[in-house]
Write a protein that binds this ligand. Structure first.
Ligand code: IPD
Ligand code: CA
Length: 266
């Protein structure tokens, strides 16, 4: 079975196991602080267990790097890492806001740039995005590309959650200049929607995002033809450690990147 098929099956199983939970008291149960540093909710634990059980069932030779469970060695003959954010957008999921997803990626080395496969499933409706290196990105069996033409409405995604006053001041012209700014609350799904052409650019300059939140989006955005850069506008890369936090910008093309970057107060 190809790696991407394994990740797709694991994602389908998450959807089957959590689809009735969002917005219920049962989603919220508190399991203490997880490996990624946030409170682990019952819905996170159920979703992670679904993936771990499946990978054990098929004896997949890998090490899982989960946002809640931490590092789990499924096999001692590991071929690589499964980077798991079983629920991205946990706050939305617990409150019942229909914007959250699962994000599963496979990396051969301890680097974002070694990711070969990624799958993001919109857990409010089961729609799936996936990509494998050099094989393209897909949404529900259709190949997807970033929105590479002059947009009728320019949609600028910006993650502002927990932003400092300094960062908000820097970004202020983007909000003021009649861009249609959006922030939905699940970075992985926002990256997938950007890759599908529903946004022209997506920015997260907070220095807060974890590897688990962007790993699958990394390969999906790249395979859809998007530019994926760090805050210095160099190709985005990072190691897979639990301490790593990144800032990034995903842009459909150089023109929109230059246009939006020229508006940021330096
Ligand atoms: C969160 C989401 C959210 C972002 C947070 C992340 P989680 O992931 O991606 O959009 O603003 O920084 O922590 O905790 O729901 O997996
Ligand atoms: Ca999560």
């Amino acid at each position: 079975m190809e790696v991407v098929e394994i990740l797709r099956e694991a994602s389908n199983r998450i959807y089957a196991n959590v689809k009735d939970l969002p917005g219920t008291d049962n989603a919220a149960g508190d399991f203490g602080i997880g490996a990624g540093g946030d409170t682990s909710r019952n819905i996170d634990i159920i979703a992670e267990k679904t993936v771990l059980d499946y990978l054990k069932e098929i004896n997949f030779d890998c090490i899982v790097l989960g946002e809640e469970c931490g590092r789990v060695e499924i096999s001692d003959k590991s071929k690589g890492f499964v980077i798991m954010d079983a629920i991205d957008g946990s706050a939305n999921a617990v409150r019942g806001v229909p914007f959250f997803c699962s994000s599963l990626a496979f990396a051969t080395e301890n680097k974002l740039s070694s990711i070969t496969d990624g799958v993001i499933t919109n857990l409010s409706n089961g729609e799936m995005y996936w990509a494998s290196k050099n094989k393209g990105a897909f949404f529900e069996n259709e190949q997807i590309k970033v929105h590479n033409k002059d947009p009728i409405y320019k949609i600028v995604g910006i993650n502002t959650s927990g932003s400092s006053i300094e960062l908000m001041n820097k970004m202020h012209p983007i909000f003021e200049n009649h861009n249609h700014t959006r922030h939905f609350g699940a970075n992985a799904l926002e990256m997938a929607m950007f890759a599908r052409g529903l946004m022209d650019i997506f920015i997260d300059f907070r220095d807060k995002i974890r590897i688990q939140d962007i790993a699958a989006g990394y390969v999906i955005v790249k395979e859809a033809g998007g530019l994926l850069l760090d805050a210095e506008l160099k190709p985005l890369d990072a190691d897979l450690s639990y301490q790593t936090r990144v800032s990034f910008i995903a842009a459909a093309n150089q023109k929109i990147l230059d246009e939006i970057m020229s508006q940021i107060n330096q």
